[in-house]
Design a protein around this ligand. Structure first.
Ligand SMILES: [Mn+2]
Length: 440
């Protein structure tokens, strides 16, 4: 791990040096960058703190998700970690320094961020982070606080993972799949959303607060609510469908995995649709290769869904007609996936280049979170879905597209909710590595 992490820090140092050199060639005077994990926040009118999560560009350097940690980067020098450990007997403030990462950095220990101004070299510093007042107090010029040109460069580069990062992402998938197995068993044994959620956490050996996002544990019709957040304590035994979207985090890196499973007594068309969606997801993964636009994979997902809707007689007409009419988007209103890493929806999905040029998603799929061209070591999700969402389908009943929809079947399938199958993948030299399936 030590050599992997050292190589990761080298890669980051190169990225930051290149970014500063590019900015300098455009007239910037930034000589060094201070990256701040963030400041403790409190609920309004309350003394209770909001659960903390370190800023992504800080977490990219260090697996320490704590407030007031600082990384200081100067090109050509060993990065400095200003580790603030307050003297506080209310909380455990100790930070464990694993030797595999501590040796890659120069560590300066402080008991308060108030000591930072005296420590910080008197260079032309930029500040990256959530606290511009602190940056100003540290003497950072306002135009050097979160400069957009620097952030665009760093956001763009975050898509390409080092071997160290890939190891964390594999481990996060391994953990999540233990949870998914337990969740499935719990559901088939008659569990509720609440007990399935707990079975997942227990099998992963994690606290809910350690999850990369709020688990979606949706039974039956609730599985058509894309980010369903509740965990019902009832409905054990009677339920037919489980959609669970849940991941784990390792050294700050997320997995984001969705599985849908059904009981044998489920509507036969829904069972066939599930089998078809699972095949479609694996077909989409097989299409991944360097140089392909991610948008191609999204379009292939819509076409695949059009085929399934037509074959299963959920819609009338062939897939070409359904595509023309924009029907698949009524059943999959989200994009086929997103970049993945330190953040579950990682940054830079709409960037076209390091200079901050944008590639917006097409009008027919405004929710597509990734428009990048695939390149080696990019990591993202592939997550086609097919849902029976009354809010999207009912306005079509009796409208101009109504004739293409088999309403009898749609009415029968509403209680089943929906399907999503989601794996995490890495683009390899000539294809892709599925980070999820090896652990199933
Ligand atoms: Mn996802």
């Amino acid at each position: 791990m030590q050599s992997l992490f050292a190589a990761h820090i080298d890669m980051l140092s190169t990225t930051y040096s290149d970014a500063l050199a590019a900015l300098k060639s455009r007239g910037s005077e930034i000589e060094a960058v201070l990256i701040h994990s963030g400041s403790e926040q409190y609920y309004y009118g309350d003394d209770r703190d909001i659960p903390f999560q370190a800023f992504g560009h800080f977490a990219h350097w260090l697996p320490v998700s704590r407030p007031d940690q600082f990384l200081y980067f100067t090109p050509g020098q060993k990065p400095v970690y200003y580790q603030v450990v307050p003297e506080d007997y209310w909380h455990d403030q100790s930070i464990e320094l694993a030797d595999w990462w501590a040796s890659a950095l120069q560590i300066v220990r402080l008991s308060s961020s108030r000591e930072l101004p005296r420590q910080l070299p008197d260079s032309n510093n930029a500040y990256l982070g959530a606290n511009p007042e602190l940056a100003a107090a540290l003497g950072v010029q306002s135009e050097h606080i979160n400069p957009q040109a620097l952030l665009a460069w760093l956001d763009f580069e975050r898509a390409y993972k080092s071997d160290y990062e890939l190891e964390q992402l594999r481990a996060a998938n391994r953990t999540a799949m233990r949870g998914h197995q337990a969740a499935r068993d719990c559901f088939l044994a008659g569990g509720t959303e609440y007990t399935i959620h707990n079975a997942f956490l227990q099998a992963c050996n994690i606290l809910e607060s350690e999850s990369p996002y709020t688990n979606i544990v949706a039974v039956d019709a609730k599985s058509a609510i894309l980010h369903y957040q509740h965990k019902r304590r009832d409905l054990a035994g009677e339920s037919q469908v489980l959609l669970i979207d849940a991941g784990a985090r390792v050294q700050g890196y997320c997995s984001d995995v969705t599985r849908t499973c059904v009981k044998p007594s489920v509507h036969t068309v829904f069972a066939e649709l599930l089998a078809g969606m699972d095949r479609l997801e694996q077909d989409l993964v097989a299409e991944i290769a360097p140089g392909r636009p991610y948008l191609d994979i999204h379009m292939a997902a819509l076409v695949g869904i059009a085929h399934l809707l037509s074959e299963l007689n959920i819609c009338h007409g062939n897939s070409d007609v359904l595509m023309e009419q924009g029907i698949p988007q009524l059943f999959m209103p989200h994009g086929v996936g997103h970049l993945l890493g330190i953040q579950v929806h990682d940054v830079g999905g709409h960037l076209r280049n390091r200079e901050g040029g944008l590639a917006k998603p097409p009008q027919h799929s405004p929710m597509l979170r990734n428009t990048r061209t695939l390149a080696e070591n990019m990591v993202f999700t592939i997550e086609p879905g097919c849902y029976f969402i009354p809010l999207l389908l009912e306005p079509e009943r009796g409208g101009s597209r109504s004739e293409w929809i088999n309403w009898t079947l749609v009415d029968e399938l509403y209680p089943c909710g929906g399907i999503r199958i989601e794996d995490n993948v890495r683009v390899s030299q000539d294809g892709c590595e599925n980070l999820t399936r090896p652990f199933e």
